[in-house]
Design a protein around this ligand. Structure first.
Ligand SMILES: [Zn+2]
Length: 64
């Protein structure tokens, strides 16, 4: 059974609505995908970063 599932997604890059078909995975619209593809991968993925207590993170967060 070939069923094409379409999802209406909100782009995390530009906040615009876009339609994702089920085979694709991603949170960015096609425009942002192209833009992001030209940039190096961001280091925003810190899945377990919050659990660790690193003094550097506290410095960066700032007391104020
Ligand atoms: Zn976008």
């Amino acid at each position: 059974m070939k069923h094409v599932k379409m999802d209406l997604k909100v782009c995390e890059g530009c906040g615009g609505l876009w339609i994702r078909n089920g085979r694709e995975a991603g949170v960015y619209c096609r425009y942002c995908v192209v833009i992001l593809a030209e940039f190096p991968a961001p280091r925003a993925k810190r899945a377990t970063g919050r659990r660790r207590r690193s003094p550097q993170a506290q410095e960066k967060g700032g007391a104020r």
